[in-house]
Design a protein around this ligand. Sequence first.
Ligand code: NAP
Length: 487
Amino acid sequence: MPYITESGKKLITVIPGDGIGPECVESALRLIEAVGAPIEWETREAGASVFKKGLETGVPEETIESIRKTRVVLKGPLETPVGYGEKSANVTLRKLFETYANVRPVREMPNVPTPYSGRGIDLVVVRENVEDLYAGIEHMQTPGVAQTLKLISRKGCEKIVRFAFELARAEGRKKVHCATKSNIMKLSEGMLKRTFEAIAPEYPDIEANHIIVDNCAHQLVKRPEQFEVIVTTNMNGDILSDLTSALIGGLGFAPSANIGNGIAIFEAVHGSAPKYAGKNVINPTAVILSAVMMLRYLDEFEAAATIENALLYTLEEGQVRTGDVVGYDQGAKTTEYTDAIIANLGKKPTQVPVREYRPIKLPEVSPDPVFVRPTTRRVVGVDVFVETDLMPEPLGQMVETLVAESPFRLKMISSRGTRVYPPTGTQIDVVDQYRCRFLLRDGSGDATDAQIVELLQRLNTRLRWAHIEKLQEFDGAPGYTKAQGED
Ligand code: NAP
């Protein structure tokens, strides 16, 4: 686990970050120092300053080297400057170290008034952090039609679902909700739902519920106190976790952890808030609570509880609060707020329930890339995406003629997922891209690559194709969905 220095301390990479980052991180470091946790820091650079030096990733080799060694990072926010630097340094870090779980807890804070005050919000969003639309695999299929691939793996689902149940156990929580859009994306979002339902029985002590993600957003605004842990796919989690931050008083109070296999990066949910940079006015709570999560990850439970209790006690007292809570004309300086928490180390809040934490058992899943092995499989057809300015009916007739002598028959043509040929009698607005679905005439056959290439050659005599997908069957079940209106 963590790298132990010669003096017996745990070595952590610290990245102060951009904008308000250094001020927030400084608060957290002062508290960890004051509580006497056995931590040593290795300070490294990433973000705007690095982009400005011309390094496109925003993360220099010394920083990557340090993280490889320490395996634990506390970081401030990193800007993605517009105009220089192509990529987000944050995404580079998350992907490079495959931190598959993004953990975003929120809880009601004493004396931080919100429309929800008094309702006891205390929940965690567990967001899958590396797959889904964020794999960033995009193509222009035609000059006017863009595509993003949404990749969800069974292995990725198992890791995140097990992580969510283990987190619930470690934090004494009794309920996990899985939020997906499986009613529409039956294969991709559905994979998380199916995995959740398969794994839930291994955790009989925890109530498991599936919820459609749009209703989850609705319920979070209506009755957020009903949730304890929400596990969800990357984009759903991105959106839901910003919503949950707002429920408890905003980004100043929202910490997070990015957890991978033997690696963890702790940071606030917020960004570099450049307008407040260097003014000593921002709220460092989110970074302090991220540091508290880090201490628990390092098994420093006592130090974590001491800092968290002192922070909650300070807010309960209500004398020293930052500008985001009481207005910037009246708010305490960042350093004054930190001093107040340090002065309260050893004190416990009286109104806020204090949670007992246990070490989390991180999931172990097989490293085998072939995570799912079907007994039988075959290719039953192929979807070919073509570019044309033809209307659906003449296109359909032309394709029928082109494939008349082929082992494939045209099953249907769809435009952005809705069948347009054979005609359905409704009228939809078409674009210059269609999907032609071909099935083997021999319904029990297994299409070869040579047959597919021959099909493409036939189509290519009259049409431009951009993209194909094999239609596969695994253990007798179709590995593809039907178009809207397809019979
Ligand atoms: P932001 O930096 O999170 O700031 C948005 C607003 O949230 C601020 O203007 C402020 O609201 C409030 N806020 C954020 N942190 C606060 C704190 N600690 N205390 C009090 N108020 C706080 O979002 P952004 O302006 O969209 O992004 C700025 C830069 O940060 C961008 O370059 C973005 O790419 C980057 N970013 C980095 C990360 C990361 O490193 N993980 C995450 C998000 C964004 P008011 O204006 O209402 O006072």
